[in-house]
Design a protein around this ligand. Structure first.
Ligand SMILES: Cc1ncc(COP(=O)(O)O)c(C=O)c1O
Length: 316
């Protein structure tokens, strides 16, 4: 991937809450790209798929509405790579729209127990994972490239670093136009860590702020994701987590939050998903109303896609 401005729109958000707070919010619209290249996923997958031998099989993990598996299926199809999605605890049920799309794109789906999933899907490599995958998938004569859940590996980190270069090449971050902060939703923290590494000491983006979508309300500001992010981009003032906005955990919602997503779409024309980008703007709303995001702040929020996952909400 070359580090040129990529033409992804960075639009000034027309949102009354931001106007009232005197804060300028731009939104990077990676959600507007074609389905196979949408959001942050393409960046995390690119280096995983780019240098594979032609007979290799790319294997990864996700839940029944996983954005990651959905994206992997589409990108792998585009790059003519055979992909396998190992799905958490969904055996015997009819396919969700997400899994049906993945299968239609050529992904082989393998359903496993929640216990096995928890053991083998994490970034920390389990010594028996390769053999377990061979066994589950039924492929022994081809090389397997195994990507942990959410694309949280070294290749994913490198891809997210390229995303930083693309942001720095955008006209909204030109000379004398520094951003006080770059905000994004955080799942595994890979995108955040890659962005922090890619921005490095460039003063045009002063801080990267992540809104975790997992985990309970943390005590004393500590969040379990902090450790794994620190391991990948160090401890420094160039990033922080804005915690307390997961609404109790992954994909959790409340009636007030769902009403917010609808109002936001109606007012700004920007559709959010309930799992990631909705939580990001939910946190921003809180900061704007409380004044913790100061008047005069200029920030960029990442629309990292994930709109396909809204079909999970409709299914509830
Ligand atoms: C739409 C969307 N936004 C943000 C994220 C968070 O990315 P990361 O896991 O790199 O923190 C994800 C998950 O990959 C996602 O699907």
């Amino acid at each position: 991937m070359s580090a040129v401005a990529d033409g992804v729109p960075c639009e000034l958000l027309n949102w009354s809450v931001a106007r009232a707070a005197g804060v300028e919010i731009f939104v990077r619209r990676d959600d507007l790209l074609p389905a196979w290249g949408q959001g942050n996923k393409f960046y995390k997958l690119y280096y995983n798929l780019q240098a594979l031998p032609s007979d290799a099989v790319c294997v990864s993990f996700g839940g029944p509405y996983s954005n990651h598996l959905h994206a992997l299926a589409l990108v792998a199809q585009k790059m003519c790579v055979h992909s396998v999605g190992i799905v958490r605890g969904y055996a015997g049920k009819s396919l969700t729209p997400t899994l049906a799309d993945a299968q239609a794109a050529g992904m082989q789906l393998v359903f496993v127990s929640r216990r096995d999933y928890a053991r083998y899907s994490a970034p920390q490599v389990d010594a028996g994972r390769h053999a377990w995958c061979q066994d589950k998938i039924g492929i022994r004569d081809r090389p397997l490239h195994i990507i942990p859940e959410g694309g949280a590996n070294a290749e994913g980190l490198c891809g997210a670093q390229v995303l930083a270069e693309r942001i720095l090449a955008q006209p909204i971050v030109g000379p004398g136009r520094a951003l006080h902060a770059l905000w994004l939703a955080v799942g595994t923290g890979t995108t955040l860590a890659g962005l922090v590494n890619g921005i490095g000491g460039d003063a045009r983006v002063q801080q990267v702020v992540g809104v975790p979508v997992i985990g309970p309300h943390p005590e004393q500001g500590y969040h379990p994701l902090s450790e794994s992010i620190k391991d990948r981009c160090g401890i420094n003032s160039r990033w922080r987590l804005e915690t307390g906005f997961s609404l109790g955990g992954y994909a959790k919602t409340t009636p007030e939050y769902l009403a917010f997503l609808q109002d936001f779409y109606r007012e700004t024309g920007v559709q959010l998903d309930h799992v990631y980008t909705g939580k990001l703007f939910w946190a921003l709303r809180s900061g704007l109303i409380s004044g913790s995001i100061e008047r005069g702040t200029r920030l960029l929020a990442m629309h990292t896609g994930g709109l396909q996952g809204l079909r999970g909400l409709q299914g509830q």
